[in-house]
Design a protein around this ligand. Structure first.
Ligand SMILES: Cc1ncc(C[n+]2csc(CCOP(=O)(O)OP(=O)(O)O)c2C)c(N)n1
Length: 320
């Protein structure tokens, strides 16, 4: 196996994060206008998505959860086709049948978005087993939340992956929330990474709001997986800055906690760092912001102008 991980520059990772943020805000706006069903955004978690996905290679596969837009965009998904999917249009990645919560994109190696919390964990076991049995290159990256980690399926999946030596990078995006319940009400301790020890699995927690730290930790984990053929659990410690499901007034969120995490916004953090080191200036940031907003605007226009699927396709590509 090729024992390296992909590498991206801090500036290009910042631009990806800004594109994800612009996309998610547009999705929420479209939902509020009534043109799309409810959706879960990943605002605040952009560094986790970009830092990890940027370390993956083209042979690697991704399975993700209901907060998948960041993972898809970091993997190079076309924002027009994504918004078309969200709006139920036939030009979407799944021809308008998945909405935002079930997107898969074979051409990007994104096997699925699971809305069954934890579903991606057991399916990642199967995808990795199949890759191993077929002698295919690449690893499987599986994104899930701290809520999924509290389910039995997490424990069964990690146990089997360890016993079967499967090349899986588990990424627990610990965003402090499990729908409308704070993780402190359901979890022992603060870190899911510690639970991997029970399965003899290497793991670590990284600051999930620092894209460079996430990228370095993901690279290290991927190299370990490629060297050992064994799974690894990376916990990205982060925060969900918007509500669970749009629309959501976050009335149940402690205002002080939210404010303190807003101070740690991953995009602002990276903008400050790159400005301080002379890579960027204020005008450059405005230019990137305008570029990503224009891209998303164009994507929204493409989606809105796309047709709904024809009624004759109702049962096409539908398996259950
Ligand atoms: C099996 C299952 N149980 C409950 C739900 C309802 N639900 C959707 S998202 C969610 C919270 C999941 O929390 P977490 O895994 O931490 O992900 P996050 O939403 O924080 O990204 C719940 C309970 C579901 N979709 N599937």
């Amino acid at each position: 196996m090729n024992q390296t991980a992909a590498r991206r520059s801090p500036l290009s990772m910042l631009e990806s994060m800004m594109l994800i943020r612009a996309y998610e805000e547009k999705t929420a706006e479209i939902q509020a206008s009534g043109a799309a069903a409810g959706t879960c955004t990943s605002v605040g978690q952009e560094a986790s998505a970009v830092g990890v996905v940027a370390a993956l290679g083209s042979d690697d596969r991704i399975l993700t959860n209901h907060r998948s837009a960041g993972h898809l965009i970091a993997r190079g998904a076309d924002t027009g086709r994504l918004l078309a999917e969200v709006m139920g249009r036939s030009t979407g990645y799944c021809r308008g049948k998945s909405g935002s919560l079930h997107i898969s994109a074979k051409e990007l190696g994104v096997v699925l978005t699971s809305t069954i919390v934890g579903g991606e964990l057991s399916l990642a076991t199967g995808v990795a087993l199949s890759k191993t049995m077929l002698g295919e290159a690449g690893i499987v990256a599986c994104f899930f939340g701290d809520g999924a980690a509290c389910e039995g399926i997490f424990h069964e999946s990690l146990n089997l992956a360890s016993v079967w030596n499967l090349p899986i990078l588990y990424i627990c995006e610990n965003n402090q929330w499990q729908a409308y319940v704070h993780r402190k009400e359901t979890m022992t301790g603060d870190h899911v990474s510690e639970w991997a020890k029970g399965y003899g699995m290497e793991s670590r927690t990284v600051d999930g709001n620092d894209v460079e730290a996430v990228h370095a930790a993901a690279q290290e984990a991927i190299v370990r997986i490629r060297e050992t053929g064994k799974p690894y659990l990376l916990e990205t410690y982060t925060y969900r800055l918007r509500g669970h499901f749009e629309p959501d007034d976050q009335g149940y969120v402690d205002a002080g906690e939210l404010a303190s995490w807003r101070e740690k916004d991953p995009i602002a953090l990276m903008q400050r760092r790159l400005t301080a080191s002379g890579v960027l200036n204020a005008a450059d940031i405005v230019a990137i912001e305008e570029r990503v907003r224009a891209q998303v605007e164009q994507a929204a226009q493409f989606a809105a102008a796309s047709p709904f699927p024809d009624a004759s396709e109702l049962a096409t590509d539908v398996y259950a």
